[in-house]
Design a binder for this molecule. Structure first.
Ligand SMILES: *[C@@H]1O[C@H](CO)[C@@H](O)[C@H](O)[C@H]1NC(C)=O
Ligand SMILES: *[C@@H]1O[C@H](CO)[C@@H](O)[C@H](O)[C@H]1NC(C)=O
Length: 809
C-alpha cells in the first residue's frame, strides 16, 4: 500500500528512451515509468513534459491527450503541468494475475503537428495480499498402520502477489509425528505434503491437532494459519495413484460445450478403481465456470466458453480419493489453441477531418492503431487503403500507422474523400475490418476569376438617358466561399481627358455597367474600357477584360446646307442664259449631315418653284438643271425652294431658297431684279442698292465666265464625260465621293467668312475650322483634273464653287 500522500513523486523513472525523429513534422518516442501498484488516485507517475523535453505550453497548444487501447484508463494527463496522474487505483493482481511482469501502455498524442509518444508504465507488486488457505480446517483420516514416510497432500495456501511477495514457506506445529515436505512446481508455486515420521497409535492418541502456518516473503511479512485435525483410523489401505503425475491436453477455443478434453484415472492396490472419486482442488472461479470433472469417470468436460484471448493455458489440480480417505493429486495442463475469431480493430487516434488543398505530399492526416486479439499469424495485420487515391498509409510504431497525403490535392476537382482503411489479419480464412474516414479538402485561393467572354461588345444609342444599363459582365471563380466571391471594378483610365468614371460606372457586385452621362455619337463613336474581376481571397486574385462600347447614331442632326450660302436678306442669284440647253447645270445644292449611315443619306427635292416645269433637282446629288429649253417668255427672276432630307427615322430636313436669274446679259437681269423692289422684302431697303451694285460687278464677271463654261460643258457632253451621266445615275454624284452620302468623315465646323451680304463668290473663302484637313484621294483627283482643265481652258477654279469646296476641305 502506498503510505505517502499525494505529491510523493516517485523517483522510479529509470528508463527513458526518446527516439526522436523528424519525419513529416511528426515526432514519435517512447518513455517508460515504473510505479508500485495501489498508488492513491491523484498520485504523480512522472512528468511527461520534462521527461520528453517538451515545453509545457506545447502540451496545451497540442491538445495533449492520453489514448489507450484498453477499456479502462488508469493514468491520466494533467496538461497544465505535464504530470501523468493516477486516475483509478491499479491493482496489479486484478490487472495481471499471476504474471509477474505487469505493465500498462498507452499513447500520448499531440496535434499541430501530430506527435505520438508511447508510454509504458510497469506496475510493481507490493505485498498487499496475505496468504489464504482455501479451507479454515483440514480434516485428515489416517490409518494407524500408515508407515513412516507416508505422504498426505495438503491443500496449499494461495497468495495472489508475485515474486517475493507471494507464498514462501510453511511451518508446522507441533512436529512430533509429522513433518512438512514442500516441493515447488505446479501452478500455485509450492505444494505442501505432510509426511509421517513416527508411527501413529490410535489407542494412544486418536486425534492430533496441528497448526500449519504459511508465510509470504514481503515486508512486512504476512501469514495465514489453518488447523489440521487428524483422525487416526483403525484400519489401513493403499492410497490411490494417478496414472500420470501430470496430464497434458489441448482445447480449441470456442469448443462446443460438453466436449471431453481429458480423462484422468488412478488405481488403488486395495480397491477397484470404481470406488475412487475424482475432484478438483483449489478451483478458481474461472476454471469452475469452464470445466467440470466427472467424479466417477475422471472425464474433464468443457462447460463454458473457452477464449484464447483470456486464457492461453489452464492448470487444474485434480485429486483421487479412495474409500479409506487416502488421496493422490495430479495436474491437468490444458493448452488452448487459438483460432482466428477476432477481427482486426482499427482505432483512429487522431484525425482532423479536413486538409488544405495546398498541403504538401507527406502531410499527416490521421494516426491510427490496429489490433487483433488473436495470436500468431492470426494477429498479423496488413493495413491498406483504396488504390488510386492521393493518400497512402505508412507504418510508424508497431501496429501504428500514419495516413499521409501522397500527391497534390485539388479541391476544385474533388471536394471530399471517403478514405476506406482496411485491416486484414493473417488467419485462414482472414478476417478484416474497415474504417471510413470522411476527409474534406479545404479551399485555397488558387484560381483567379474568369470572365465568360474574352471581350465584350456593347452597343448604346446616343442621347441615352444617364444611368442606362449598357451591359453586364460576369466572371466565375471555381474556388469556394470568400475565395469565389467576385467584385467588379473599372480599371481607371481617361477618356477624352476626363476620368473614365464620369462616363461609366459599374455595380461591383452584379457586374452591371451603367452609362453615367448621355453620349454623343458625333463626338465619340466608340471607346474601350477594362473591367477587373477580383475575388475575396487573401491575397485576392483578379483578371480583367476589355469592353468595346459602340455608340450608335441617331438622327439627331438635320442636314446642313453648305451651298448656296443663306444670307440674311440679300439676293444671290444664279444666272441661266436664255440660250441654255436642256439639262443645263444651274447650280448644285451641297449639304452635309453629321449623323452617319441612313441618318446621313440625303435626298434633294424641289419644294417650290416659280416655274416647276423649268427646273429639276437631282434627287441624290442636288444638282439643279433645266428640264426644257429656256424661252423668252420665262420670267427673268425664278425662285426655287429645295428641301434636303435625310433618311433617318424620323427624318430631318433643311430648306434652301435659290434665286435664279434667266437673262442673257447682266443689265436685263439687273433690271428685272430692280423691278423686284416692289417685293416687300426689298421694299425701302436702302442697302439693297449698294448690294446690288456690288452684285452687278460680280455678276458681270461671272457672266463672262459662264459663257466659257457653257462652251466647256458643251465639249464635255460631246466627250460623254460623267457630267451628263452623273445626272442619270443618282448613286454617282458629281461631287467627290467623300461627300457621296453627305457625311463628313471627321468632325468639322464650318465658319463662313463674309458679311451678311456676301456674294456667292464668297464660297471660295469657306475653310475648315478644324486642322484636320481632309485631302482624300478622290478629292486630289478632282484637283488634278481641275488643273488640267485650267490648262486647257484657261479657266479659274473660283467659278466652280462646288469644286472649290472640295479643295478647301
Ligand atoms: C462519402 O460517403 C457518404 C456517405 O457516407 C456519401 O454521402 C458521399 O457522397 C461519399 N462521398 C464521396 C466523395 O464518395
Ligand atoms: C489585365 O490582364 C492582363 C493579363 O490578363 C495583365 O497583363 C494586365 O496587367 C492586366 N491589367 C490590369 C490593369 O490589371
Amino acid at each position: 500500500m502506498v503510505t505517502g500522500g499525494k505529491g510523493w513523486v516517485y523517483g522510479w523513472l529509470f528508463h527513458t528512451v526518446c527516439a526522436l525523429s523528424l519525419l513529416a513534422a511528426e515526432v514519435t518516442g517512447q518513455i517508460r515509468y515504473s510505479i508500485p501498484e495501489e498508488m492513491s488516485v491523484g498520485s504523480i507517475v512522472g512528468n511527461i513534459a520534462s521527461d520528453l523535453g517538451l515545453e509545457p505550453k506545447r502540451l496545451i497548444s497540442g491538445k495533449a491527450r492520453v489514448f489507450t487501447e484498453e477499456s479502462s484508463e488508469y493514468i491520466g494527463l494533467d496538461k497544465e503541468n505535464g504530470h501523468l496522474i493516477i486516475k483509478s487505483k491499479i491493482d496489479r493482481e486484478e490487472l495481471c494475475g499471476e504474471i509477474s511482469a505487469c505493465s500498462i501502455s498507452f499513447n500520448v498524442i499531440l496535434d499541430n503537428p501530430m506527435e505520438l509518444y508511447r508510454v509504458t508504465v510497469d506496475i510493481q507488486d507490493i505485498n498487499d495480499n496475505s496468504p489464504v488457505f482455501p479451507q479454515s480446517k483440514i480434516e485428515l483420516e489416517i490409518s494407524e498402520l500408515a508407515v513412516p514416510s507416508a505422504r498426505f497432500v495438503l491443500e496449499s495456501a494461495i497468495d495472489p502477489d508475485v515474486g517475493v511477495n507471494t507464498l514462501q514457506k510453511y511451518t508446522l506445529h507441533p512436529t512430533d509425528h509429522f513433518k512438512l515436505n514442500i516441493h515447488s512446481g505446479g501452478v500455485l508455486g509450492k505444494n505442501v505434503e505432510l509426511i509421517l515420521h513416527s508411527p501413529l497409535d490410535r489407542e494412544n492418541k486418536e486425534h492430533h491437532n496441528l497448526i500449519l502456518t504459511s508465510f509470504d516473503g514481503g515486508k512486512p511479512q504476512r501469514s495465514a494459519t489453518v488447523q489440521i485435525n487428524i483422525v487416526v483410523l483403525d484400519a489401513n489401505d493403499n492410497a490411490p495413484v494417478f496414472s500420470q503425475s501430470s496430464y497434458k491436453a489441448s482445447a480449441v477455443e470456442n469448443v462446443a460445450k460438453g466436449t471431453v478434453v481429458a480423462t484422468v484415472s488412478a488405481t488403488d492396490a486395495d480397491e477397484s478403481s470404481h470406488n475412487i472419486q475424482y475432484y478438483f482442488e483449489h478451483l478458481t472461479n474461472t476454471v469452475k465456470s469452464l470445466f467440470s470433472m466427472d467424479q466417477d469417470s475422471g472425464e474433464l468436460k468443457v462447460i463454458g466458453d473457452i477464449d484464447y484471448e483470456k486464457h492461453k493455458q489452464f492448470t487444474i489440480n485434480v485429486k483421487a480419493k479412495d474409500h479409506g480417505g487416502l488421496t493422490d493429486s495430479s495436474d491437468i495442463i490444458i493448452d488452448v489453441i487459438d483460432i482466428n475469431d477476432n477481427t482486426p480493430k482499427i482505432n483512429i487516434m487522431s484525425f482532423s477531418g479536413a486538409v488544405s488543398e495546398d498541403a504538401a505530399p507527406g502531410t499527416v492526416i490521421a494516426m491510427l492503431n490496429v489490433q487483433d486479439q488473436d495470436s500468431g499469424d492470426n494477429s498479423k495485420i496488413i493495413c491498406s487503403i483504396d488504390l488510386n487515391s492521393p493518400f497512402k498509409i505508412v507504418p510508424s510504431l508497431t501496429n501504428h500507422y500514419n495516413l499521409v497525403t501522397d500527391s497534390e490535392l485539388d479541391r476544385e476537382q474533388i471536394v471530399e474523400y471517403n478514405i476506406t482503411i482496411t485491416a486484414v489479419d493473417g488467419g485462414n480464412p482472414p478476417l478484416s475490418s474497415k474504417e471510413i474516414l470522411k476527409l474534406k479538402i479545404s479551399d485555397v485561393n488558387d484560381h483567379a476569376p474568369q470572365f465568360q467572354q474574352e471581350s465584350y461588345n456593347a452597343f448604346i444609342d446616343e442621347n441615352n438617358s444617364p444611368s442606362t444599363t449598357i451591359l453586364s459582365v460576369k466572371a466565375e471563380d471555381i474556388d469556394w466561399g470568400q475565395n469565389a466571391k467576385i467584385s467588379y471594378f473599372l480599371i481607371d483610365g481617361d477618356l477624352n481627358g476626363s476620368p473614365l468614371t464620369s462616363y461609366i460606372s459599374i455595380n461591383s457586385e452584379t457586374g452591371v455597367i451603367y452609362a453615367e452621362k448621355s453620349f454623343d455619337y458625333e463626338q465619340m463613336k466608340s471607346f474601350k474600357i477594362k473591367v477587373k474581376a477580383q475575388d475575396g481571397g487573401s491575397p485576392p486574385l483578379s483578371n480583367n477584360v476589355t469592353l468595346n462600347i459602340f455608340i450608335q447614331d441617331q438622327n439627331d442632326n438635320a442636314p446642313q446646307i453648305l451651298y448656296p450660302v443663306q444670307t440674311g436678306g440679300s439676293v444671290v442669284a444664279e444666272i441661266v442664259p436664255r440660250s441654255a440647253d436642256v439639262g443645263y447645270l444651274v447650280t448644285k445644292v451641297v449639304a452635309v449631315d453629321v449623323d452617319s449611315g441612313q441618318n446621313a443619306w440625303l435626298s434633294y427635292k424641289l419644294q417650290k418653284a416659280t416655274d416647276r416645269a423649268l427646273f429639276e433637282v437631282g434627287l441624290q446629288n442636288g444638282e439643279i438643271r433645266t428640264v426644257r429649253q429656256v424661252t423668252d417668255k420665262d420670267a427673268v427672276k425664278q425662285k426655287l425652294t429645295v428641301v434636303v432630307e435625310d433618311n433617318g427615322q424620323p427624318s430631318r430636313s433643311a430648306v434652301v431658297t435659290i434665286n435664279v436669274a434667266v437673262a442673257d446679259n447682266f443689265p436685263e437681269m439687273l433690271s428685272e431684279f430692280t423691278d423686284s423692289t416692289h417685293d416687300k422684302e426689298y421694299n425701302n431697303d436702302l442697302t439693297f442698292y449698294i448690294i446690288l451694285a456690288l452684285a452687278v460687278v460680280s455678276l458681270l464677271f461671272i457672266v463672262s465666265i459662264i459663257a466659257i463654261i457653257s462652251v466647256k460643258i458643251y465639249r464635255w457632253r460631246q466627250n460623254k464625260l460623267f457630267y451628263k451621266s452623273g445626272a442619270n445615275l443618282p448613286v454617282i454624284p458629281y461631287y467627290p465621293p467623300v461627300y457621296a452620302d453627305g457625311t463628313l468623315q471627321q468632325v468639322y465646323n464650318y465658319e463662313m467668312c463674309g458679311t451678311t451680304d456676301s456674294r456667292m463668290s464668297d464660297v471660295k473663302f469657306v475653310r475648315p475650322y478644324s486642322q484636320n484637313t481632309l485631302v482624300s484621294q478622290s478629292c486630289l483627283g478632282t484637283v488634278q483634273r481641275e488643273k488640267q482643265e485650267q490648262e486647257n481652258n484657261d479657266m479659274t477654279l473660283e467659278v466652280r464653287p462646288y469644286s472649290v469646296l472640295c479643295l478647301k476641305i
